[in-house]
Design a protein around this ligand. Structure first.
Ligand code: NI
Length: 255
């Protein structure tokens, strides 16, 4: 069984068949899904979805693209939502210097405040970080984020950064990019990622694996990622499933 640690089933790409698709997951080897918030609205939707399906869980948080939503009111609401037992993480939070939608100082401030919240409620963090490796790692160090731990979702940095992040005790989220022709950098970084630190994720509806690249992604396509991961690590697909599931349980579900 597979745990999809990063999905966005609230996305309008699933409006046509959301319930049907989600109902089909347990019969298709998907054990659990964490639906991740990206702003206050999708955070509320994630929690609602988690209340509707026993195997869907929620992460609550505000993505760097919406970092200007973070204020005393939204932080209080996020904290309130963490009392719900289906909420298993704070995320996705972090820095995005690729899109640079929000002033970098505001992104950093929102990131720090949500790490502080994670520590207050004792939940791991799901980190979104794009073209901001140094600042992300600096903030994780400065805020002592390792006290709650978490995952670098959709890992996109170098082998060298992976070594630092590994030393900090964080996990690596691996998805469709691993199957891409231009996923060479990720396959190299994967060499220094210990098996017990790897989590499977879709980031659906985005980042569908080959041979579905460009199409709508969903948890049912994770076996294509499992296959490439098994190849890269020289283990069986069954081992990949078992180990990544144990990892997800250790980080998100062992209370
Ligand atoms: Ni995401």
């Amino acid at each position: 069984m597979i745990i999809d640690t990063h999905a966005h089933y609230n996305d309008e790409a699933f409006d046509e068949d959301r319930d049907e698709l989600l109902k089909s997951l347990p019969n298709n080897n998907i054990d659990r899904v964490i639906n991740v918030g990206a702003d206050m609205n999708s955070t509320e939707e994630s929690v609602l979805l988690s209340e509707k399906f026993p195997y869907i869980y929620a992460a609550v948080g505000v993505h760097p693209d919406s970092a200007d939503e973070i204020n005393d009111f939204s932080l209080a609401r996020l904290e309130e939502l963490c009392k719900n037992e289906k909420v298993v993480a704070i995320g996705e939070i972090g820095l995005d210097y690729y899109w640079d939608n929000v002033d970098r100082e505001i992104q950093k401030d929102a990131f720090r405040k949500q790490i502080a919240l994670a520590k207050k409620v004792n939940l791991p963090i799901i980190i979104h970080s794009r073209e901001a490796a140094k600042d992300t790692i600096d903030i994780l160090f400065e805020e002592k984020a390792e006290e709650v731990g978490g995952v670098m979702h959709c890992y996109s940095y170098t082998k060298e950064s992976a070594e630092i992040i590994n030393k900090l005790g964080f996990y690596f989220g691996i998805g469709g990019v691993l199957t891409f022709k231009n996923g060479k950098k990720l396959r190299e970084a994967l060499e220094v990622m210990p098996l017990d630190r790897i989590l499977l994720e879709t980031d659906c509806p985005y980042l569908a694996p080959v041979p579905f690249r460009g199409k709508r992604n969903c948890s049912l396509l994770l076996p294509y990622v499992v296959e490439v991961l098994a190849e890269c690590k020289g283990i069986t697909t069954e081992e990949v499933e078992r180990i990544t599931k144990d990892n997800a349980e250790r980080l998100f579900f062992d209370k």
